[in-house]
Write a protein that binds this ligand. Structure first.
Ligand code: HEC
Length: 111
């Protein structure tokens, strides 16, 4: 009985670990590998942002970013990505400074 219980707890733990490993997303940091000619900013966007902002930046749960560059400066975009805002999660711990910069710069060109 005790062994069974242990097995169950271990299973739960493994599940939790797996889940957090999946959503933690440290995998975006292999910037030395230019994937099929796509730049880092777009790769980061695909991995972290597409679910809320859509495949073509058209917006889903989050607003469209298609002309975000004409509304916000690169600095403002950086700060929103880093610190979050309302429904927008913060990414300061999930992306490196460099990654935040490159996504912000890329989005600031969307006009
Ligand atoms: C969980 C869903 C979600 C994810 C993931 C997400 N966003 Fe957002 N984002 C939002 C929402 C919701 C808003 C609107 C926030 C508000 O109303 O203040 C937003 C707002 C923004 C804005 C400001 C747009 C504007 O017009 O003011 C930018 C820029 C942005 N997101 C970039 C990103 C980037 C870059 C990523 C990936 C690193 C990302 N978002 C990931 C939900 C998300």
């Amino acid at each position: 009985m005790i062994r069974l219980k242990h097995g169950f707890v271990a299973c739960l733990l493994a599940g939790v670990l797996l889940l957090s490993a999946c959503s933690g997303g440290s995998s975006a940091t292999n910037s030395g590998n230019p994937n099929a000619g796509q730049s880092d900013d777009q790769l980061i966007y695909k991995k972290k942002c597409i679910s809320c902002h859509g495949v073509d930046l058209q917006g889903r749960a989050g607003p469209s970013l298609q002309n975000v560059g004409s509304q916000l400066t690169e600095e403002e975009i950086y700060s929103i990505i880093a610190n979050g805002r309302k429904g927008m999660p913060k990414f300061e711990k999930r992306l490196s400074e460099e990654e935040l910069r490159s996504v912000a710069r890329w989005l600031s060109e969307m006009k």
